[in-house]
Design a protein around this ligand. Structure first.
Ligand code: ADP
Ligand code: MG
Length: 328
């Protein structure tokens, strides 16, 4: 009996010493708060923080030393691998999404004051003037250089966090981290599963009360990007103006959607789609979801309906009864 007890104790000690430590690293980048929780060595978290900071440094539209700032002011410049890769992929997605995603939206975003927080409703003439510069076809990539024409200016705000989520996978692999939940500020990477092998539970924010959740998605090895009208906006004369802009009209989107979450293994795809499906509005978004199967989505409408992909039916749990699930 005593021998058995000794063996059990030794086994417990061995198992606990094998279990990786829980780590938590927080940082601020890309105008948002980020938090990385994972099981493994300390260095992985520091590398994740360095990675988002250096992406931010390259992609920022306000930092005068950033690559994108230089591109926007000079009109043509060689770029680093990351910026180049993200621009190329984004251009493909702009095309696939019929221009509802447009990475040359910056001139219009600036007019509304979303870049410097001097929010204002610009006169239509100003919007129309800025809109002339908006067209992703004005961006051309040749070898490792990008050239802009017709006054185009690039803003990768809709896809940068998804790219960071994709890049994090490599860092975690190098540090043999197989269990992590990384929050890039609205874009979440659920890596592997929880240490006890159960799936991660990722909350979907309640658009009417964004500090709370309306439901949860159980998943393993997925990225979840959410675009919500509640994330950045201003109110003027009783109207709300959100930071997602319809590239056709130049006005902030104001349709039946309150938020869109997109789930897949591909961070840039998730991030691009969450923005673009928002622009498309409910019927356009549902049509796109039906026609394309490489992702799942949760669309929350302003009238408190939740449209979820069929394949998510078993993994979504509603936690707020004032919402009604509509299965697609
Ligand atoms: P968040 O950054 O809050 O997670 P999104 O991923 O939806 O939200 O990205 C919104 C950002 O993308 C805006 O702040 C703006 O810089 C830019 N943007 C807004 N509308 C569009 C659009 N239609 N296409 C591409 N980028 C956009
Ligand atoms: Mg997005």
């Amino acid at each position: 009996m005593r021998k058995l007890l000794l063996i059990v104790t030794a086994l417990v000690l061995l198992l606990t010493s094998c279990a990786a430590d829980k780590q938590s690293v927080s940082t601020e980048a890309m105008d948002t708060f980020m938090k990385f929780e994972y099981y493994g060595d300390e260095k992985a978290g520091d590398e994740l923080a360095d990675m988002v900071k250096s992406l931010d440094k390259a992609l920022s539209v306000t930092d005068k030393n950033s690559e994108i700032f230089r591109l926007n002011s000079d009109g043509s410049t060689p770029l680093s691998k990351d910026s180049l890769r993200l621009i190329k992929r984004s251009l493909e997605l702009c095309e696939k999404l019929g221009g509802t995603l447009d990475i040359t939206i910056l001139p219009v975003v600036e007019k509304w004051g979303f870049i410097n927080q001097n929010y204002r409703v610009p006169p239509k003439s100003e919007i129309d003037e800025a809109l002339k510069k908006v067209n992703y076809n004005n961006v051309s990539v040749y070898n490792s250089s990008v050239t802009l024409k017709n006054g185009a200016k690039i803003d990768l705000g809709a896809v940068a966090k998804g790219y960071a989520a994709d890049k994090s996978k490599q860092i975690l692999r190098e540090h043999r981290v197989s269990s992590a939940i990384l929050n890039f500020g609205g874009t979440i990477a659920a890596v592997g599963s929880k240490p006890d092998n159960s799936p991660w539970r990722v909350g979907i924010a309640d658009p009417e009360n964004p500090s709370g959740y309306l439901g949860f998605i159980s998943c393993r090895d997925k990225i979840i990007a959410t675009s919500g009208g509640y994330e950045r906006y201003f109110d003027n004369n009783g109207r709300r103006f959100i930071h997602i802009i319809d590239p056709k009209s130049g006005y902030p989107v104001d349709n039946d959607i309150a938020s869109v979450s997109v789930i897949s293994g591909d961070g840039v795809l998730c991030d691009a789609l969450s923005t673009a499906l928002f622009v498309k509005g409910l019927s356009g978004a549902l049509r796109y979801c039906r026609d394309n199967e490489d992702f799942d989505c949760v669309i929350v409408t302003k009238d408190k309906k939740i449209y979820i992909s069929d394949s998510l039916a078993d993994s979504f749990t509603l936690s707020d009864d004032s919402y009604k699930i509509i299965k697609e």
